[in-house]
Design a protein around this ligand. Structure first.
Ligand code: APR
Length: 234
């Protein structure tokens, strides 16, 4: 039995664009409608937890109403041919719902909650529906907050993600503007002799390092194109 090649998909909000979920920094994106400092920082939570809770409840509702798109499904399909790991900046569960079994969430998972008290990382609480209210509390009685990484907070899975990318044979970066560090720095974590591809309609405007094949396309189309090219190689 030959060893399967390792493949990593590193995805951002653009992965979900074709599911009808707005990205952050495209025209009409989330950060045009909301200020980061009002809804996505620990200070925002302290100042107005209701507003923060409402912001994430709206996003959770949109995610529950959305379905995985062709790019999510093609990503899940890679597991048949490659030892596949998805490393995503996205907080939705569309990769999992498409069938991907190895998904690492760098910025957390909006369908889980954690305590807003001192021992936040101790326990995760699944959120059944779309709404989390301030009356929902952890075992110690603190209000539950979304299990997402806010600006200024640590990215606990960063080290693990870098190690996985450093060992991969194929590294496909999809739908991220590479604006937010430290996650964006992972673009440099792949080894020189790995196959590196970046798929994004604005790929030519991104600061992708040398050695990346640049596919200026949407996620679904880009993966289809690349898979077809790979199939012709065998
Ligand atoms: N297919 C592929 N990529 C697309 C598509 C599409 N159909 N539509 C848009 N894109 C690309 C855009 O060109 C852009 O490069 O998706 C990228 C989205 O960039 P951002 O909105 O900045 O999203 P992302 O890079 O994931 O943001 C990173 O910032 O706000 C924080 O925590 C949040 O995880 C997020 C992080």
């Amino acid at each position: 039995m030959t060893q399967k090649q390792k493949l990593v998909i590193f995805s951002g909000a653009g992965m979900c664009a074709e599911s009808g979920i707005s990205t952050f920094r495209d025209t009409g994106g989330l950060w045009e409608k909301f200020k980061v400092e009002d809804v996505a920082t620990p200070q925002a939570w302290t100042a107005d937890p209701e507003k923060v809770q409402h912001f994430y409840n709206q996003r959770r509702k949109q995610i529950l109403d959305a379905s995985p798109n062709s790019a999510h499904l093609q990503t899940a399909e890679f597991e048949k041919y490659y030892e596949t790991t998805v490393i995503t900046q996205n907080v939705d569960d569309l990769h999992e719902r498409a069938g991907s079994s190895q998904v690492l969430h760098l910025h957390g998972n909006i369908r889980q909650a954690k305590s807003s008290g001192p021992n936040q990382e101790r326990k995760l609480y699944p959120i059944e529906g779309w709404e989390l209210s301030l009356t929902d509390t952890c075992d110690e009685g603190f209000p539950l907050r979304p299990n997402v990484v806010w600006f200024g907070e640590e990215v606990p899975m960063l080290e693990t993600a870098a190690k996985i990318i450093s060992k991969t044979d194929i590294f496909i970066v999809i739908g991220t503007s590479l604006n937010v560090y430290p996650a964006a720095g992972l673009i440099h974590a792949a080894k020189n002799d790995s196959k590196k591809i970046i798929i994004d309609p604005h790929a030519n405007e991104l600061n992708a390092p040398a050695g990346f094949e640049v596919l200026k396309m949407g996620a679904g189309e880009g993966l289809k194109y690349w898979r077809k090219k790979m199939e012709n190689l065998f």
